[in-house]
Structure formats: structure tokens, C-alpha cells
Design a protein around this ligand. Structure first.
Ligand SMILES: Nc1ncnc2c1ncn2[C@@H]1O[C@H](COP(=O)(O)OP(=O)(O)OP(=O)(O)O)[C@@H](O)[C@H]1O
Ligand SMILES: [Mg+2]
Length: 153
């Protein structure tokens, strides 16, 4: 499913819808080129989920946790990761699918074959059909029918 977004305020609305439809235990894989909007989306998702702490990019530390009322978000950036072993060393795979965690992973395509089966993929692309620098096409893959329906209305 493709979602066309024209501005940062539309991205904010999209992030809010995703936040509202999480149940805990999800892994969200963010795919897209440098500057496509993965970190920007994550910040909006965390804010919409009630995180008040300052949200920074985990590019250098790889993983940053954010507690909410219902679960802990783990914001992960694999851009600087060399191998899946490094991901294992962080203990990430031991905690997939637990209701008390939600993983949001930038550059998740680097460990695609190791991701849990129910991973929701969000692919960010700068829209080619628009002159606007803030237009993005977000392709959602592997989400349940109910999830897709809820976020498309
Ligand atoms: N609709 C939009 N969605 C997302 N970002 C947008 C949008 N419009 C403009 N931007 C801008 O594009 C930039 C996206 O940068 P961001 O760091 O989120 O990308 P990224 O995909 O995380 O890149 P990297 O791979 O370097 O981590 C930000 O400066 C943001 O303000
Ligand atoms: Mg980023």
C-alpha cells in the first residue's frame, strides 16, 4: 500500500495513526535513502506516543530506549553496523515480539533476513511526481489488513 505525503504536517498525522494502532511487540523497519525521512518519522511517532524526552538520532550509539506508559520503544539505526553479530550483541533479537517492546529500526534492510516474520516495513521515498521538497511516498509492506485499513482512513 502506498501513502502520499505532501508535508511534514501530513507526516505528523501519519505517525499519529501508526502510534494509535500499535499494540506492543511490533518491529517497524524503516527503509529509504539518506534524508528520506526515517529519523523525522521516528521522532513524530515517539512524540505521538507520549515521549517527552528529547529524541536524538541513534546513529553513533546504535540504539536508544524511550519508555512510554505501555511499552519501551527501541529506536535503532543500523547505518554504522558491520554485521548481524553486532545486532545480536545488543540483545535485540532476544527481545523481538515481546508486548513490552516496540522496535523502530532505520536501515533495517541491512538485516532483512533476520527480522521477525511480522515486521512492518515502511519504505520512504522522495516523491518523484511532485516539485515539492517535502513530498514523500511511503510504501507499507507486510502489515495486517486491519492495520492497513485503520491507517488509511
Ligand atoms: N514529508 C517529509 N517527511 C520526512 N522528512 C521531511 C519531509 N519534508 C521535509 N523533510 C526533511 O527531510 C529531512 C529528512 O531527514 P531524516 O534525518 O529524517 O532522514 P533519514 O531518512 O533518517 O536519513 P539518514 O539515512 O541519514 O538517517 C529532514 O530535514 C526533514 O525535515
Ligand atoms: Mg536517520
Amino acid at each position: 500500500m502506498n501513502i502520499e505525503i505532501l508535508s511534514l504536517s501530513e507526516l505528523k498525522m501519519f505517525a499519529k495513526k501508526i502510534a494509535t494502532n500499535l499494540k506492543g511487540g511490533e518491529t517497524i523497519a524503516l527503509i529509504g535513502n539518506l534524508g528520506a525521512g526515517k529519523t523525522t518519522f521516528t521522532k513524530l511517532l515517539l512524540k505521538a506516543s507520549g515521549v517527552r524526552k528529547n529524541i536524538t538520532s541513534p546513529t553513533f550509539v546504535i540504539m536508544l530506549p524511550y519508555k512510554t506508559k505501555h511499552w519501551t520503544f527501541y529506536h535503532i539505526d543500523l547505518y554504522r553496523i558491520g554485521s548481524y553479530k553486532e545486532v545480536q550483541a545488543l540483545g535485540i533479537p532476544d527481545n523481538w515480539n515481546r508486548r513490552s517492546n516496540v522496535f523502530v529500526i532505520e536501515w533495517a534492510d541491512l538485516i532483512k533476513k533476520h527480522l521477525p516474520k511480522n515486521t512492518i516495513f515502511l519504505e520512504f521515498k522522495v516523491s518523484e511526481s511532485s516539485d515539492s521538497t517535502t513530498a514523500r511516498t511511503i510504501t507499507i509492506k507486510n502489515a495486517s489488513k486491519v492495520f492497513q485499513k485503520n491507517i488509511s482512513r
